[in-house]
Write a protein that binds this ligand. Structure first.
Ligand code: PRP
Ligand code: URA
Length: 215
């Protein structure tokens, strides 16, 4: 995976199909239905790259003709953890790739005035220490939500966490990396900056509202 030396901890997914789809996602004229489909597809393509170093183990397989050896992903089932609400839009696409994955949920919203995260829900599978986690949120802005979500996952015992976001602001990447240098951040677009309301520029607007048509 190509990394971004300028921002430690960040890996950018530069695949042409991902970049093409992000441009449509950014377009204010893209309707909810297409927006949702694109988030789903981008998440799947990103997960393909984000899971490139998952551990494998050798298994015996009986083909119709003979016994052979193959490989399968080792360890307990991969666990997807969307940050509600917008992270939900990334789950189904990744499940198409990893259908046996478990799904936890972290409920967080950003207070409109302070921009600080407020948490309202947390549920992940047991045996957290033995699982690989993909934390999902399309937007990494100030980084407050991602840091809070990773804090919660670690408090519950998670030790191997990767954070997948579609669009990130540099300040958010730095905040997450400073707080959790062990958590790789995989994103598909590194944008310029935040505006005075904490929105990413150029960004794509409010991901939750665009996904669920609540604007
Ligand atoms: C958005 C987004 C992230 C968060 C990013 O969620 O989906 O969770 O903001 O901002 P941050 O990096 O500054 O914390 P929001 O709080 O709008 O909640 P929603 O998904 O329920 O709309
Ligand atoms: N959350 C969003 O949905 N969009 C942004 O630009 C910033 C935070």
């Amino acid at each position: 995976m190509p990394t971004t030396p300028a921002l430690p901890g960040l890996t950018l997914v530069r695949h042409p199909l991902v970049q093409h789809k992000i441009s449509i996602l950014r377009d204010r004229a893209t309707p909810t239905k297409i927006f949702k489909e694109l988030v789903d597809e981008i998440a799947m393509l990103m997960a393909y790259e984000a899971t490139i170093d998952l551990g494998l183990e050798t298994v015996e397989v009986d083909t119709p003709l003979e016994r052979t050896t193959g490989q399968r992903v080792s360890g307990k089932k991969l666990t997807l953890v969307p940050i509600l609400r917008a992270g939900l839009g990334m789950v189904e696409g990744i499940l198409k790739l990893v259908p046996a994955a478990r799904v936890g949920h972290i409920g967080l919203y950003r207070d409109h005035d302070t921009l600080e995260p407020v948490d309202y829900y947390f549920k992940i599978p047991g045996d957290a220490a033995e699982r690989d986690f993909l934390l999902l949120d399309p937007m990494l802005a100030t980084g407050g939500s991602a840091v809070a979500a990773i804090n919660s996952l670690k408090r519950a015992g998670a030790q191997r966490i990767r954070f997948l976001c579609i669009v990130a602001a540099p300040i958010g990447v730095t905040r997450v990396h400073d707080a959790h240098p062990d958590v790789p951040i995989i994103c598909a677009a590194l944008d310029r900056e935040l505006n005075e309301h904490g929105y990413i520029l150029p960004g794509l607007g409010d991901a939750g509202d665009r996904l669920f048509g609540t604007r």
